[in-house]
Write a protein that binds this ligand. Structure first.
Ligand code: ZN
Length: 269
């Protein structure tokens, strides 16, 4: 099953945010009309983080899957690189060994919900179930609760943010979308990942939800290219940690921090 993801949300590139208390943003454009201010709460990671090191975060959604996850883990390990896997609860139940392996090899396991349902339209109870059941599975398998949630399709609203926050997770989208679910060829996926390569990018790919052979091949090319350009692939948690000092020094004016909510333009994912 192919899982296209909300493009508009990504393009909007609005605010960033977050993590352990700091609500700060990046070079984000003005928030969308009617957007709610993000001040005073954790926000959404959706733009490159202000890191001074040559680091990027590769992120993989919809897994784990036996057709792609082990190969990606092997490639990461062979490059001394790490990534963040936004797992689906249903897939984690099917392939718990892969989830455990992600954590064992130093990668980050994060929450993509149980059943890949778009969260904003769900009842609070169902929304919480989607996020909490997956978080519980992650904790069980890895011994560590997830720090980040990525709502399916990138669909978010205030309720989703509140639900994630109540479960001690920050919401993380992406700054670079490879659209690998379109299976445009490994070279195209790699080119999209590396286009505009800059410190702090959060790159979206998929290790589940459909045939991912092209993605695996692209990861090989991406990691080689990152090595050649002196970049390191790190977990999202690492990227946030490395961004903090910079974020603290360059706090933008409040008006530059905003959040677009309830955006949804993508059809099926
Ligand atoms: Zn997904």
């Amino acid at each position: 099953m192919s899982r296209p993801i909300d493009q508009a949300l990504c393009r909007r590139g609005f605010l960033a945010l977050l993590a352990a208390g700091g609500l700060l943003a990046c070079a984000a454009p003005a928030p969308a009309a009617g957007a709610a201010p993000a001040q005073g709460q954790r926000g959404v990671l959706s733009a490159p983080l202000p890191v001074s090191k040559q680091e990027v975060a590769l992120t993989f959604d919809d897994g784990p899957s036996p057709g792609a996850t082990p190969q990606i883990l092997e490639l990461l390990e062979s490059h001394g690189a790490h990534a963040t896997f936004f797992v689906l609860g249903t897939e984690l139940e099917r392939f718990p060994g892969l989830g455990a392996e992600e954590a064992r090899t130093g990668n980050e396991v994060a929450d993509h919900g149980m059943t890949h349902k778009s969260l904003p339209g769900l009842s609070r109870a169902r929304m919480l179930y989607e996020l909490r059941a997956t978080a519980d599975l992650i904790q069980e398998l890895t011994g560590k609760p997830p720090a980040f949630a990525r709502p399916p399709y990138g669909n978010i609203n205030q309720r989703v943010l509140k639900a994630a926050l109540s479960l001690h997770m920050s919401v993380a989208l992406w700054s670079t979308d490879t659209r690998d679910w379109q299976t445009p060829g490994a070279a195209t996926i790699a080119r999209r990942a590396l286009q505009g390569l800059a410190p702090g990018q959060i790159v979206l790919m998929h290790d589940g939800g459909g045939p991912r052979r092209q993605t695996v091949q692209a990861v090989r090319e991406i990691l080689d290219a990152l090595d050649a350009r002196g970049y390191k692939a790190v977990t999202l948690a690492q990227l946030v940690q490395d961004a903090k000092p910079s974020v603290a020094r360059h706090r933008p004016p409040a008006a530059a921090v905003g959040m677009a909510l309830g955006t949804r333009t993508s059809p099926e994912v």
